[in-house]
Design a protein around this ligand. Sequence first.
Ligand code: HEM
Length: 519
Amino acid sequence: MELLQHLGLERRPEWLPEQVVLLGVPLLLASVMVAAARLTAAIIKGAARWLRVAWGCRGVPAAPGGGLLGLGHTLQLALAPCPWEKMLEWARASGTLTRFNILQRTGLIVNDPEGAKRVFQTRQRLYEKDLDFSYKPFLSILGTGLVTADGPHWQKQRLLMAPALRIDMLDAIIPITKNAVDRLCKNLESFRGTGTPVNMEEEFRLLTLQIIGEAILSLPPDECDRVFPQLYLPVMEESNRRVLEPWRQLYPLTAYQYNQRVSQLNKYIISIIRARRAAHAANSGKPPAKPDILDRVLAAAEESGEKWTAASEVQLCYEIKTFLLAGHETSAAMLCWTMYELSQSKEALEKVRAEAAGVFGGKRKSMPSREEVDGMEYTLATLKESLRKYSVVPVVTRNLVQEDELLGHKLPRGSWLIVHLQGIHHQYNDPLAWRPERYMPGGEYDQFDESIRPYMFLPFIQGPRNCLGQYFALLENRVLLSVLNQQFTFTPVNPKESGVTHPKVIPVAPLHGMKMYVS
Ligand code: HEM
């Protein structure tokens, strides 16, 4: 109190309200005016963009309907059982490039391999990632990790991360996968012939998560089983739900739990990064005998000579979460659909088993080499055919940052593109039939003209931003398919129900799970 008197602050109650009015009101008014000006500027900018794009794209054939109450195609899309199927229906009615409107936003559906080539490869720099749409709910987890980065930052990170998945790491994937699937087989033994179904979709998700967890961080399986279902899987599930229900982020309890889990997951990963850096330093920077992806990225970061900072740590944490996300659900969906199709085709199953016998069969104790697994041509074709038929990532979106000409139409800057991978995958003969032979030498895929052939199979897209884990996924899954089908026969409890795809969630997995009897 004496101190307050000394400072003259004991009179505070007498003058404070007046000062607050004199200073506070203008300040409040000023901030309201600044906020209003910003909002107006944003509205004008948005309206100008809308006008520019709507006017610039007017020559592109429009999707049917769409005049209703100025809502464009919003209601059609919102009420459609599956948004990407609806877009495909429009594209089929209108041509290779189709225009639609959601409220006042113009979207362009690209349903043509030439168009995909231009977007992904020839003019890739003009077509940036569209973070506002599908990735927005994941940004708080993936931050500026590879999948959600753009521009020079993405280029730098891609150069840093890509070597970690090169040849010698791919060699390491085989034993990691084989050990993981052997553990699953052991568990499945207790269900063999019991008539108790197993939800293989769930098993595959945990299996691919264990594999990627070990490949990136050398996490033992029980640690994966302890940490991921508690911290990681609920966060991913909530993010997935927010794609189509963005208002969920306003639910206070859900948002609180979500943020708590993201922060615990970050702490967990950062503690691993710190321990690993300390181990590297203690070992004078020498890599361990069996380096995982984290060891390789840390070594590459050290070699680059760039100073390690708190920001480097946060960035690496984003990359690890990106790899965890990108590397398990997609792989599990591909495995699930292939197992399902094999359960429906005796002939294909026999061929997969015959290849497996050559590589994993007999009394063989040693691990197969990568060349041996690479040689499993038919098994690979079954995986490719599932990726084509089910298109686990059915659409990929991009924003055009400069004017360009696409499929004969001049498009303005700001155009929003939806490359319909499923639409392109279903331009094969009898597209809903599952025929691995399409991808065998001389098969249907080889018959496409060389100039478009790579763009007729786009599960991993193409070009500089193609999937960094595609070889990882195809190698891992050849091992999984071989071992599982060699040891067991899987029969869906309800084949019709198991074949139904989820209409709203990407990667596309079975809507009702994949309950199977094991014998
Ligand atoms: C069947 C399995 C997989 C499928 C279908 C798949 C599909 C894709 C697709 C379509 C993209 C491009 C997304 C876009 O541009 O918006 C992508 C990017 C990516 N994928 Fe995969 N993926 C699979 C497995 C994996 C695995 C196993 C990993 C990691 C080990 C991985 C890591 C990545 C990364 C890091 C990117 C971003 C690349 C970049 O932008 O530079 N993916 N993936």
